[in-house]
Write a protein that binds this ligand. Structure first.
Ligand SMILES: C[S@@+](CC[C@H](N)C(=O)[O-])C[C@H]1O[C@@H](n2cnc3c(N)ncnc32)[C@H](O)[C@@H]1O
Length: 206
C-alpha cells in the first residue's frame, strides 16, 4: 500500500515506491521518449509541448500542490495522455527517482536565481546536480536552460564548464534553420513583458 496521505489527482504520477528508480515506461506505460520539465510551475510550457509532440512523453516536476493540481486539470481538459505531473523535490527526482539513461531532454526554465550571495548555495545548478543530470540523460540527451538573470546565466556557464562532460549546442532563433518548437513559459512571458531579456543554454553530452 502506498504510504501517502492523499489520493493522486487524475494525471498525477504518484509512485508506489519513492525509493526506486522509474523509467518512462513505468510512468507512462510506453516507450516514447521522456522529457522532464523541472519546476514546471503553471504548466504553460508542458501542456503546449505535450500537445505539439504526441509521440513524446512529458513529466512536470513541481513541489507546490496547488500548481500540481492546476497542471493536472489542464492535462485533463486537453485530453492529453502523454503528460503527467510528479509532486516532488527537483534534485531528489533526478538523483533518486528517475532511471539512469531514461531522459531524452530535461528542461530547466526560469528557476529561482537566488540572487543574494548568501543564498547561492540554494541554486539548483551545481556540480552534484550536474552529475545526477548526466546520469539520467540518454546518450544523445539534452539539457535546456533559461533564465532572465544575467549573473545566474554566467554561474550556469561556469558550472557547466567546470563539470566538463557536457558540450554546448547552438540554439537557433525562431525562423532560423534548426529552430526548436519551444513555447515560452509563464515566467518568460512575465519577464519579457517587463523588458527583460531571457538567456538560454542548450547542451548535450558531446
Ligand atoms: C520561478 S518558477 C518557474 C516556473 C516555470 N518553469 C516557468 O518558467 O514559468 C519555479 C517553479 O519551480 C518550483 N520549484 C522550485 N524549487 C523546486 C524544487 N526544489 N523542487 C520542485 N519544484 C521546485 C516552484 O514551485 C515554481 O513553480
Amino acid at each position: 500500500m502506498p504510504q501517502c496521505a492523499r489520493a493522486a489527482e487524475p494525471n498525477e504520477f504518484m509512485p508506489d515506491d519513492y525509493f526506486r528508480r522509474h523509467s518512462g515506461e513505468d510512468i507512462f506505460g510506453n516507450n516514447q521518449p521522456l522529457e522532464i520539465d523541472l519546476g514546471c510551475g503553471d504548466g504553460t510550457f508542458l501542456l503546449k509541448m505535450a500537445q505539439h509532440y504526441p509521440e513524446r512523453n512529458f513529466l512536470g516536476i513541481e513541489r507546490l500542490l496547488g500548481r500540481v493540481r492546476g497542471v493536472c486539470r489542464g492535462i485533463g481538459k486537453l485530453g492529453l495522455t502523454n503528460a503527467k505531473v510528479l509532486r516532488l523535490e527537483s534534485h531528489y527526482t533526478i538523483e533518486w527517482l528517475l532511471a539512469r539513461g531514461s531522459v531524452s531532454r530535461l528542461h530547466l526554465l526560469c528557476p529561482d536565481p537566488w540572487p543574494k550571495a548568501r543564498h547561492h548555495k540554494r541554486r539548483i545548478v551545481q556540480q552534484p546536480f550536474l552529475e545526477s543530470l548526466h546520469n539520467v540523460l540518454t546518450p544523445d540527451g539534452e539539457f535546456l536552460f533559461k533564465t532572465d538573470h544575467p549573473e545566474y546565466f554566467e554561474w550556469v556557464c561556469e558550472e557547466m564548464q567546470a563539470f566538463k562532460k557536457f558540450h554546448r549546442l547552438p540554439w537557433p532563433e525562431d525562423g532560423e534553420e534548426g529552430a526548436l518548437f519551444y513555447p515560452k513559459t509563464d515566467f518568460q512571458q512575465h519577464w519579457e513583458s517587463q523588458g527583460k531579456t531571457v538567456h538560454r543554454l542548450r547542451y548535450n553530452m558531446g
